[in-house]
Design a protein. Structure first.
Length: 152
């Protein structure tokens, strides 16, 4: 297994573990056992638990950004774009109970701020989709799409 696929495997399983047990209960030891990989190998890529958790969040951000890019270039219908993107976001968000997010905010406030910054950064992408829908007559003209994009 090459280094990139090994890192991806750690991040994917790390995300599963964090969403299942939360950041408080998440341990590199449990992750290494689940992956049948040494802790030393995990620490080679991610020197600290905090670094690993940050990398897991960035892994999710990257996946969501990739979906935005793919959907917006492959589909011209803004309604389809919107639903595909919401489906992807709900797959990630729906697997994470609210109290798990509260743990992240409490234990790793700087990572929480990065997550909030990412979330807010998606607003412009939603606006493009929603405004396009409005321009194509797929959404009412009396809706403020800037405000609607903020909500999503």
């Amino acid at each position: 297994m090459n280094q990139d696929s090994q890192k991806a495997q750690i991040l994917e399983q790390g995300f599963e573990s964090v969403t299942r047990s939360g950041v408080r209960a998440f341990t590199v030891d449990a992750l290494s056992k689940h992956l049948a990989m040494s802790k030393k190998t995990i620490y080679k890529y991610f020197p600290t638990k905090k670094n690993l958790i940050r990398s897991i969040m960035h892994f999710v951000f990257s996946h969501i950004n990739s979906v935005f890019e793919t959907v917006m270039t492959e589909d011209t219908n803004p309604a389809v774009q919107f639903f595909k993107i919401m489906e992807t976001i709900s797959k990630f968000a729906g697997r994470t109970p609210v109290h798990r997010l509260a743990e992240l905010k409490l234990l790793y406030p700087d990572i929480w701020k990065e997550m909030e910054s990412f979330r807010l950064g998606q607003e412009d992408k939603f606006y493009v989709i929603l405004k396009d829908a409005q321009d194509k007559g797929l959404a009412r003209d009396d809706i403020n799409m800037k405000v609607t994009a903020k909500m999503y």
